[in-house]
Design a protein around this ligand. Structure first.
Ligand code: GRG
Length: 300
């Protein structure tokens, strides 16, 4: 199903069908890894469920730019690999020290710390292999641009930089600008790479790439505000996080700085901004517009 169909857009069906396509691709993505113990630790976290938002954003952006989303699937898988490795490392005792992720014991609880670090390392490097060596049918120049976006999102200018500032600010109260910096890097950078890489594979215009940057900034911040709200309002069972742990005890969150009501209003306004950026593409942007709404209406 694509957004170009003339029938009204059925987002629930689109989300489920695309998620299933992603699950199949993820399942087939880890073949020859040896030793077997490494492959098992990689698969444990990569196939642990999750919303698969990042690959879905990538495929939807590829379609919006007029591309064949099948060509973007290896990149979509790569993005989920980077996300998964960041979760494995984030859960380690040296970082968040979490016992549960997506309702299951964290990777290091099952395989030990050293193996969890190495499984994360292998997923990160495998992500770049997916783009560089396992993306048939996509021009080399476009793949180079994808590698560039993936590097920027993963490294110091993205996830790693955001995580460092987050750790430095632990147990301190931070202002709104610092909180925004952390989230634009820890969460926003990869979401941005998702839509940009999908669009780059389809050969998107500069106008569309600029609009997608604006879209990604809005949904990235809104995503994190909702995450903070859910940490306050949802039970830890719903979130699949460590039961009994105060999820926001030692960190500054949007609800702590702004209150629940203003945080919710801010998330809604960011989604409005994000969707407005795609107005010129309205006809074919239905999945990305619906994904922006989904981000603020989700309960996990
Ligand atoms: C990428 C090289 C490299 C290192 C990682 C540990 C680290 C450096 C960064 C931490 C990044 C992090 C854990 C950010 C939080 C992102 C976030 C909002 C996760 C939750 O995403 P969801 O809700 O989760 O999409 P599911 O389970 O649905 O996939």
């Amino acid at each position: 199903m694509t957004a170009a169909d003339s029938s009204p857009f059925d987002f629930a069906a689109y989300l489920e069908a695309t998620r299933l396509r992603v699950e199949v691709a993820l399942d087939g993505s880890l073949g020859p890894e040896r030793p077997e113990s490494l492959r098992e630790a990689m698969r444990y976290s990569l196939l642990a469920g999750g919303k698969r938002l990042r690959p879905i954003l990538c495929l939807a952006a590829c379609e919006l730019a007029g591309g064949d989303s099948a060509l973007a699937m290896p990149t979509a898988v790569a993005l989920e690999m980077v996300h998964t490795m960041s979760l494995i490392h984030d859960d380690l005792p040296a970082m968040d020290n979490d016992d549960l992720r997506r309702g299951r014991p964290t990777n290091h609880k099952v395989y030990g710390e050293a193996n969890a670090i190495l499984a994360g390392d292998a997923l990160l490097t495998r992500a770049f292999e997916m783009v560089a060596l396992r993306s048939p049918g996509v021009e080399a120049e476009r793949l180079l641009a994808v590698v560039g976006e993936l590097s920027l999102a993963s490294g110091a200018p993205g996830l790693v930089g955001g995580q460092v500032v987050d750790l430095e600010c632990e147990a301190k109260s931070v202002d709104l600008d610092t909180l925004e910096y952390i989230h634009l890097h820890k969460t926003g950078a990869l979401l941005r790479a998702c839509v940009l890489t999908g669009a780059l594979i389809a050969g998107a215009s500069e106008d569309l790439l600029a609009a997608l940057r604006t879209y990604a900034r809005g949904i990235g911040l809104a995503f994190q505000i909702i995450d903070d709200i859910l940490d306050v309002t949802a039970s830890s069972e719903v979130l699949g996080k460590t039961a009994g742990k105060d999820l926001t005890a030692d960190k500054t969150t949007y609800p702590k700085l702004l209150g629940l009501e203003e945080s919710r209003q801010r998330a809604d306004a960011l989604v409005v901004e994000a969707k407005a950026a795609l107005a010129p593409w309205h006809g074919s942007a239905a999945p990305l517009l619906a994904l922006a709404d989904y981000i603020t209406s989700r309960d996990r």
